[in-house]
Design a protein around this ligand. Structure first.
Ligand code: 5AD
Ligand code: SF4
Length: 476
């Protein structure tokens, strides 16, 4: 679920420039007419956080706008997972500062993962932002805005061990009214050596299970047909019920959410191979509305590289996990994240990555070349010694393998019928719908008057490309 130029497949779940939507609150003081514009980068978690921010701003009386030119407050929810993402934010900030030059009262804020690392640079040295707020400090937004309006440095990048925003009802942004994210945990304790997230998002903590179920119920009542439970490492979700002193595991949470509404699909992301349990697989097998799809990033196929990455599993162990999924849920699709050109990676290591992709039969992969992130274990311990052109060549090779694997896999679907949740018109034609199977595969098919977006429909597959299935509706 990442937006990046180096992915071969960009997730449709995320709109690259999701922006705020109008919010109508009768309690708002009519005198107050300030508007905010918010733009999000990075993972689904970040997009979900923007919905928390939107909710906090709405309570303060702010109205949203999708036109940055009419905004009084411009917020960028940033990502720092790869260098490229940081560069994009920089160029956006340059644009917003041009706007500010014409309209000096405007406040510009940087939220999210870049906040901690770049607060000094952006706020004090370059003076290109007025507000810097880290991912655990959004409740402080009203104070911070007041501070910035008073012309002072407005910054809060404190990370928390408890904050889950459990009681804040997200204001859905850029929604199609069909799919929504539910954040179930924050932070990450894994310390993969390439990853900046433990530093930008802090320690792992799980959200109150009942607040998650309540959010799912609310979405179901509003007509949503799909929820995606989000966390950096959902399988290590663990919430202790203070009343009963009983622990709720991720498998139990999945079932609790699945039971809310059997016609509402439940997805989740991301799973760490070391933590996904048989119980989770049984839940997927046993509940029709828990989608038959697991995002199980391998990162590399080489046991030596996996050790350097601190992934805590090796090639054999990962393959056994794939075998187990196939055994318990034979119709489950599996997807992955891959990094090429990690420190010391040889051609043999690279071949092993391509081998494990073939072994795992990924329906989809998000593929990146390694980009060193300041402060990470790898940046401190290993030399970033694979030349950029080699990283890029290897990336293009893994993309080729992924396309082959997905194409072969998709061809096997021809002649079979799948339940598809209709999401809207296809990109190319308003005569066609696009939707997804439980396996998260995109299907395009001619419209039929009986069906509209948000409906389930049975579609028989007639053709397959690496990224898309085509089919026709089977009327029941
Ligand atoms: N360089 C390249 N890719 C990275 N990822 C995380 N950190 C880096 C990095 N430093 C990728 C991993 C992860 C996904 C979210 O982003 O594949 O699973
Ligand atoms: Fe999401 Fe932050 Fe990671 Fe970017 S760095 S992908 S915003 S968690």
């Amino acid at each position: 679920m990442h937006l990046d130029n180096h992915t071969s497949q960009a997730s449709d779940l995320l709109d690259p420039s999701i922006q705020g939507q109008a919010f109508d609150d009768k309690n708002i003081n009519p005198e107050f007419s300030k508007k905010y514009f918010i733009e999000s980068y990075g993972c689904a978690m970040n997009f979900s956080d923007s919905e928390i921010v939107a909710s906090i701003l709405a309570q303060e009386g702010f109205k949203s706008t999708t036109n940055e030119k009419e905004a009084d407050l411009i917020l960028l929810n940033t990502c720092s997972i790869r260098e490229k993402a940081e560069q994009t934010v920089r160029s956006r900030l340059a644009n917003f500062n041009k706007l500010k030059a014409k309209k000096p009262g405007v406040l510009i804020g940087v939220l999210g993962c870049m906040a901690e690392r770049l607060k000094k640079k952006f706020l004090e040295e370059e003076k290109i932002v007025d507000i810097v707020l880290g991912p655990d400090a959004y409740r402080d937004l009203p104070n911070i805005i007041a501070t910035a309006e008073g012309g002072q440095k407005a910054v809060n990048v404190l990370l928390s061990r408890e904050e889950t925003y459990a009681d804040i009802s997200p204001l859905r942004l850029g929604t199609n009214g069909i799919s929504a994210f539910i954040s179930i945990m924050r932070g990450c304790d894994n310390m993969c050596s390439f990853c900046v997230v433990p530093f930008t998002r802090g320690r792992e903590r799980s959200r109150d299970a009942y607040s998650i179920v309540a959010e799912a119920k609310d979405l179901s009542q509003k007509g949503f047909k799909e929820v995606t439970l989000l966390g950096q490492n959902v399988d290590s979700y663990k919430w202790l019920n203070p009343e009963t002193n009983e622990e709720v595991s991720f498998a139990q949470l999945l079932v609790m959410v699945a039971k809310v509404d059997p016609t509402m699909r439940v997805r989740f992301s991301t799973s760490h191979p070391k933590d996904i349990t048989d119980e989770v697989m049984y839940a997927i097998r046993d509940y029709h509305n828990i989608c038959k799809y697991i995002h199980l990033p391998v990162q590399s196929g080489s046991s030596r590289i996996l050790k350097l990455m601190n992934r805590t599993y090796d090639q054999e162990w990962y393959k056994a996990k794939i075998d187990r999924i196939n055994e318990i849920i034979p119709d489950c699709a599996i997807s992955s994240d891959i990094i090429t050109g990690f420190c010391t990676e040889t051609e043999e290591d690279h071949q092993e990555t391509m081998d494990i992709m073939r072994y795992s039969n990924y329906s989809l992969s998000y593929m990146f070349f390694y980009s060193e992130r300041p402060g990470t274990l790898a940046a401190r311990k290993y030399e970033d010694d694979v030349p950029l052109e080699v990283k890029k060549r290897r990336l293009s090779e893994v993309i080729r393998v992924q396309n082959q694997v997905a194409h072969e896999l998709n061809k096997k679907d021809i002649g079979h019928t799948f339940e598809v949740l209709i999401e809207g018109n296809s990109k190319k034609s308003d005569q066609e719908f696009k939707g997804r199977t439980s396996q998260y595969k995109t299907v395009v098919f001619p419209k039929h008057e009986n069906y509209k977006p948000g409906d389930y429909v049975n579609v028989k597959i007639t053709a397959a490309s690496p990224a898309t299935l085509r089919g026709e509706i089977i009327l029941s």
